[in-house]
Design a binder for this molecule. Sequence first.
Ligand SMILES: [Zn+2]
Length: 432
Amino acid sequence: MATLSLREEATDLLQRLIRLDTVNPPGNETLAAELLREYLAENNVEAELYAKVPERANLVARIPGRGDGPRLLLLSHTDTVLADAAEWQLDPWSGELREGEIWGRGALDMKGQVAANAVVIASLAREGFEPAGDLIFAATADEEVGDDFGLSWLCREHPDAIRAKYCVNEGAGDRIDFGGRIFYLCSTAEKMSSPFYLRVHGRSGHASMPGIADNALVKAASLIVRLAQFRPEPRLEPEVAAFLQLLVGREVEADEALEVARSVHPLAAELVEPLLGLTLSPTIITASQKRNVIPALCELICDCRLLPGQAQDEAESVLRGVLGRDGYDLEWIEGQGGTRSALETPLWDAIESFVAAEEPAAKVAPVCLAGFTDSHWVREAFGTVAYGFFPMRTMDPEIAARLIHSADERIAVEDLELGVRFLRQVAQQIGG
Ligand SMILES: [Zn+2]
């Protein structure tokens, strides 16, 4: 191993991880956990496999702290979404290195960061690094589906294995260029996924005589239009306020936020818009199962995202204002995520000083994700300060965003190496 550079070591490990099929479902993340355990053992890093069922193991490794300094958790997941090989230019499980990029399902989301985390803990162990508090690396199962085989289960059943004060996870790290001003995004908060059923009742009848029946599908139509046209009263969350302040150098009010973002860059407006309030996207509808039967019931599933900390009760009263009081039933399906971490922390400082050293003109900007990651589990369980940051400088973030969960996913080796450098510096700064 000593003959490989960290860049080559991370490349090789990522290629081997991509070649393992850990598409979830079914997952089979134990394949990845065993590969990582073997790699870490070669570097004298002890790792433990924790599995609810044998084929879906989570791996946790650590360099024990020399005292009770703050613990840092390098978090990642080893499962991926599926890939349709017919849509790809290369085999999605080839891990092929072509023109400075490593191809394959999971390269960006997120076996690249898994490999970088592993190389960071292995290389620091080889150098005899003794952090003040434990440096922990977790490569967990089941992030993409969330059926309780991964981090949720680990937090509940083995909390001592992964309890940490600080955590670096996926979520952001994109380098964005607003007309020559460079920002690296760091996600510090996430919206809550809070979908609901909307059920509209009518009376069935023969489709040839619409006058006699009461068509639930037709009644639902006007409600769907109201959901689609909904625009929330803008609210300025701390992450968005800090982001806009960085952009324009002054405090921005909620009702001008979108305008201000638009005046900076269209991409800034795209980022800010879903973060000003709850969003609604009707996505699934079912009504009659027979062409000639008028439906007595129409059931709609609406994707809904709440602001961090926004309660479903509050959202429900907003929804009733939009839809009217009656003529439908509303039922929440779940509420997941919706957490945030503080903005001014030693972990934030470590990220800032890394970016300042790599690219002095660039700034780090906090963002709230419109979606959510596994970060919320450790925030909820331990009050961990969890940020999503894996810096990406070579690949255009708009291209990367199109490749995630899509065909031809790949990562630039330069970015993989940048990630290794970043994580090493954070580990040394937090553990120093
Ligand atoms: Zn992911």
